[in-house]
Write a protein of this length. Structure first.
Lengths: 98, 470
C-alpha cells in the first residue's frame, strides 16, 4: 500500500475506474492514481487468469495494461490522467468484436 | 489544442530524454543541427531524473542533491533549440535511419541523418517464486511513483536484493516518513572478496563517500538481513509474506509490498531491432552494443549513448551523450564549431572510477538469475523455469527456437522481462556460455501500435516497396 506524502491540495482530476469515480492529482499517471487508491490489481492474465498489478512503472513490463476511453491494452504507467478519463480493468483474454 | 507539425526530416533524432538524450540533443542543436528529442514519458528526465520539472516531493533535499542536477540538463536542452517531443513512442528504427513514432494516436515516419539511441536501462529480471503477485514490484517502480506522484509505502514493506538503488530509495522514503520494515540483502559474501581487487578505483571515487553514508543512514533505522540466499513471495491473490533463507535458516516476514531490485541492464530492444550488433558482457551479465569511442554502432549513422551502451550511471551517460552528438555533428555539419572533447573525455574517465568495484560487488548470484522449478520466467506468457529447462534438454538450442515451443518472449513486453533469464537457463542446460546461446531476434514494432495507426502512415514509394516487395 502506498500513501500520498502530503494530502494533496490539488486532487484536481477525476477519472472513473470500472464506473466508480476516483480523484487523482494532475500529473499522476493512471497507474500512480490506481496505486494511490489501493487498487490491488488492474487486470487478470489471458493465460491463467491470475491477477496482476503494475510491476516496473517505466513502460517495459506491460503488466499494468488497462482499457482507457475504450482503447484496450494501454500502458497505465505511461498515460497521464485527464479529467473524465474512463479506465477499465481487463479480464483474461480480450474478446474480438464485443 | 494547437498542433505544431512534427516535421518529417531532422539532422539528428535522439531517442530518450534521460541524461544521455538531454545532453546530446542540447549539444547537437547548439551546433546548429535540426534536432528532435523524443521520449514516451510525459516529462523529460528519464528514470534517474524522472519528474524533474514536476515532482511534488518536498523538501527538495529529501531526494538527494544528485537528483536536482537534472534541472540544468533539462534547461540547457530546452534553450538549445532542439524540438522536445514528449508522450511519443518510437516503434521502429531501420538501418536507413527512418524513425517511426506514434504520437497522440497517429503514427508517422521521420527521416534522420543521424540517430542517437538513449533508451537507457531497465531493472534486471528478478525471477523468484511469486514475483508476479500483486504487491510485488521493483524498487525502481516504487521510486518512480515517489518522484513523480509523491507516493511512499505506508504498510508493511520489504525490500529485497542488492545494489546502490536500494539504499538510495530506502533513504529517500525514510526521510519523507514512509515505511520500510526490512531490507533482505542478497549480496553474497564471496562478492566482497571478489570486489576487493577493484577497491583502489572505488576508494578514489566520490561514489564511495555517498554510498557509505546512505547505507549508514538506512541501517540506523531499518532491520537489514545480510547474506539472503533464497527468496519467495507468498499469497493467494495478493502478497501476504516474504519467505527467505539466511544463515541456512528459513524465515518469514509479513508484507503487503515487496520491492525487488538486483541492478539494471541496458534496454536493448530498439537498438537490436535496428540491427545493432551486441555482445555478452561477462561482468555485467547482460548484452551491450559493440561501440566505437564515440558510441557509434555497427549500423552507420546510429549511435548508442547512456546506460543503453553499458551500465555506467547518469554522469557517464551525460558525457557519452555529448560524445555521440559531437560525432554526429562532425559527420553532417563538418564546419560547425565544436569545443575540444578533452574535457568531456576527462570527466568520462573520472566518473567511471569505481565502476568495476560496483559491478563485481553487485553481480547478482546465480540462484536469482537462473531459477528452477515452477518459478515463472516469462511473465507475459506464464512460462516456467522447468518448462524452459525441459525444452532445452529436448535439444532446443536457443531463445528463438524456444519461442516456437513455449511462446516465451512473445507477449507484449517482447522479452524485456525474460530475455536474459531464458538465455542464461539455456546456457546452463547446455553447459555453454550465454554468448554462444544468443538472444531473441527483435523486430519492429518494438512497442505496440494499432493496425489503424499503421494503416494511417503516409505510404510513399519507399514504404510501399518495403511492404509489397515490388
Amino acid at each position: 500500500m502506498f500513501k500520498r506524502l502530503r494530502e494533496n491540495p490539488v486532487e484536481a482530476v477525476t477519472i472513473t475506474v470500472d464506473g466508480s469515480a476516483l480523484k487523482a492529482r494532475a500529473g499522476d499517471t493512471v497507474a500512480a492514481a490506481l496505486l494511490a487508491h489501493g487498487v490491488s490489481h488492474v487486470r487478470t492474465t489471458p493465460v491463467s487468469g491470475a491477477p496482476r498489478a503494475p510491476y516496473c512503472l517505466m513502460g517495459v513490463c506491460f503488466d499494468c495494461l488497462v482499457t482507457i476511453d475504450g482503447v484496450g491494452n494501454r500502458q497505465a504507467c505511461l498515460e497521464p490522467v485527464r479529467d473524465g478519463m474512463r479506465v477499465e480493468t481487463q479480464h483474461g483474454k480480450r474478446k474480438i468484436g464485443s | 489544442m494547437t498542433e505544431v507539425a512534427i516535421g518529417d526530416a531532422y539532422d539528428v533524432v535522439v531517442i530518450g530524454a534521460g541524461p544521455a538524450g538531454l545532453a546530446s540533443a542540447a549539444l547537437a542543436a547548439e551546433a546548429g543541427a535540426s534536432t528532435l528529442l523524443v521520449d514516451e514519458n510525459a516529462g523529460p528526465g528519464g528514470q534517474v531524473y524522472r519528474a524533474i520539472t514536476s515532482t511534488p516531493v518536498e523538501p527538495r533535499d529529501a531526494l538527494g542533491s544528485d537528483y536536482w542536477l537534472g534541472s540544468d540538463l533539462v534547461e540547457r536542452a530546452q534553450r538549445s533549440g532542439a524540438r522536445l517531443l514528449l508522450g511519443a513512442v518510437v516503434w521502429t528504427l531501420d538501418p536507413d535511419l527512418v524513425v517511426g513514432i506514434s504520437y497522440r494516436g497517429r503514427a508517422q515516419l521521420i527521416q534522420a541523418r543521424r540517430v542517437i539511441i538513449a533508451t537507457g536501462a531497465l531493472e534486471r529480471p528478478f525471477p523468484i517464486p511469486g514475483w508476479t503477485l500483486p504487491g510485488v514490484m521493483t524498487v525502481g517502480a516504487a521510486q518512480t511513483v515517489l518522484k513523480a506522484s509523491g507516493l511512499a509505502p505506508a504498510s508493511a514493506t520489504v525490500i529485497a536484493g542488492m545494489g546502490p538503488l536500494i539504499w538510495l530509495y530506502a533513504a529517500q522514503v525514510l526521510r519523507l516518513g514512509g515505511r520500510i520494515d526490512a531490507i533482505l540483502d542478497t549480496t553474497p559474501m564471496s562478492n566482497y572478496i571478489g570486489a576487493l581487487r577493484h577497491a583502489p578505483g572505488f576508494l578514489l571515487s566520490p561514489l564511495r563517500a555517498k554510498g557509505l553514508s546512505l547505507v549508514r543512514e538506512v541501517k540506523r533505522r531499518v532491520r537489514v538481513v545480510k547474506n539472503v540466499t533464497a527468496l519467495r513471495a507468498e499469497g493467494d491473490t495478493v502478497l501476504r509474506r516474504v519467505v527467505y533463507m539466511s544463515g541456512g535458516r528459513e524465515q518469514s516476514v509479513d508484507a503487503a509490498t515487496l520491492l525487488l531490485h538486483q541492478g539494471v541492464v541496458p534496454n536493448v530492444n530498439l537498438a537490436m531491432a535496428a540491427g545493432v550488433k551486441h555482445a555478452w558482457d561477462p561482468v555485467q551479465l547482460c548484452w551491450s552494443p559493440e561501440l566505437d569511442a564515440d558510441g557509434g554502432t555497427s549500423v552507420p549513422g546510429i549511435a548508442v549513448a547512456g546506460d543503453g551502451a553499458g551500465i555506467a550511471g547518469a554522469f557517464v551517460a551525460e558525457e557519452r551523450g555529448r560524445l555521440a552528438a559531437r560525432a554526429a555533428i562532425r559527420a553532417i555539419l563538418p564546419h560547425a564549431p565544436l569545443e575540444d572533447d578533452q574535457s568531456i573525455r576527462n570527466r568520462l574517465t573520472r566518473h567511471q572510477l569505481g565502476r568495476k568495484f560496483i559491478d563485481t560487488l553487485f553481480q547478482p548470484p546465480r540462484q536469482f538469475r537462473i531459477p528452477e522449478g515452477e518459478t515463472i520466467v516469462c511473465r507475459c506468457e506464464e512460462v516456467t523455469a522447468d518448462q524452459i529447462r525441459a525444452t532445452a534438454a529436448l535439444g532446443c538450442e536457443g531463445p528463438n527456437q524456444m519461442k516456437a515451443f513455449l511462446r516465451c518472449g512473445m507477449g507484449p513486453c517482447q522479452g524485456r522481462l525474460c530475455g536474459l533469464t531464458v538465455t542464461e537457463i539455456i546456457a546452463d542446460v547446455h553447459g555453454k556460455a550465454p554468448a554462444d546461446i544468443g538472444y531473441y531476434r527483435l523486430r519492429p514494432p518494438v512497442k505496440p501500435i494499432s493496425l489503424a495507426e499503421l494503416a494511417g502512415v503516409q505510404a510513399d514509394e519507399a514504404a510501399t516497396k518495403a511492404v509489397v516487395r515490388l
